[in-house]
Design a binder for this molecule. Structure first.
Ligand code: AMP
Length: 249
């Protein structure tokens, strides 16, 4: 069984994101970029499936600029067997990505697609759901446990107030939540090995997909700066401030 793992190159989660001076987008020039953390969890899960003999091949796919090759190499170093870059300079929105992944699914024939639940840059949480809809496959989002057995997969999801377990029949789409697993570090020997693994490149036009953005970003703003705190002399002053200034009591 082949598993496809779509991965996105995003601003590293440790970077303090800055807005461009023209407010058109966030600054990505000279900024550390990494694999979306939920996608690392997806790669780890797929690699574990292969190690358990449940999957035969793990294919990582990324849509974006040439620089995404670096992110794909990280997936290969974690343990993916092969990588595909769908190369484009166009700003990709979730629907365009879902259409591209669908085209790759039709070429590659995986039985399972494991995505991150959301990309930490656009926070869209849409691509997996759109992909499942386009493929007409069952989906289980926000997986915190995945159990594969033959053609069946049981997915546990953390929902408000408890856990929900879903049963799906393959082929299916799963999106990962934070607690699914702890991705391994790519070791140096595996980073070296990853350099020799196959990485194919294709283009949206070759896949016959129109990736033109459907939404226009009007303006990007930083959140308002937090006001500094103040000290009060005693409880009476605190209560007075909460009553008269903050007006919360
Ligand atoms: P989003 O819907 O943008 O929050 O992204 C959800 C998931 O879709 C990500 O965690 C990735 O698994 C996948 N994804 C989003 N954008 C891309 C991309 N450009 N290339 C490959 N996979 C992507």
């Amino acid at each position: 069984m082949k598993v496809l793992v779509p991965i996105k190159r995003v601003v590293d989660y440790n970077v303090k994101v800055r807005v461009k001076s023209d407010h058109s987008a966030v600054e990505t020039a000279n900024v550390k970029m990494s694999m979306n953390p939920f996608d690392e969890i997806a790669v780890e899960e797929a690699v574990r499936m292969k190690e358990k003999g449940l999957a035969t091949e793990v294919v990582a796919v990324s849509c974006g600029t040439t620089a995404c090759q670096e992110t794909l190499r990280t997936a290969l170093a974690i343990g993916a067997d092969r990588a595909i870059l769908v190369e484009t300079e166009v700003e990709l929105q979730p629907l365009a990505v879902a259409k591209l992944i669908k085209a790759v699914v039709e070429q590659e024939g995986p039985r399972l697609v494991v995505l991150g639940k959301q990309a930490i840059d656009d926070d869209a949480n849409q691509t997996g759901q759109m992909l499942a809809a386009l493929l007409n496959w069952p989906q289980a989002t926000f997986a915190s446990k995945v159990e594969l057995a033959g053609d069946q997969v049981q997915v546990t999801r953390e929902i408000d107030g408890g856990l929900e377990t879903l049963a799906l029949t393959l082929p299916a789409v799963i999106t990962t939540d934070l607690r699914l697993n702890e991705p391994r570090y790519a070791t140096l020997p595996n980073i070296m090995k990853a350099k020799k693994k196959p990485l194919d490149t294709t283009k949206p036009e070759t896949l016959g997909v129109d990736v033109a953005p459907r939404l226009k970003t009007l303006r990007v703003e930083e959140p308002p700066k937090r006001q500094g705190g103040g000290k009060v002399a005693d409880v009476a002053e605190l209560v007075a401030k909460l009553k008269n200034e903050a007006k919360v009591i």
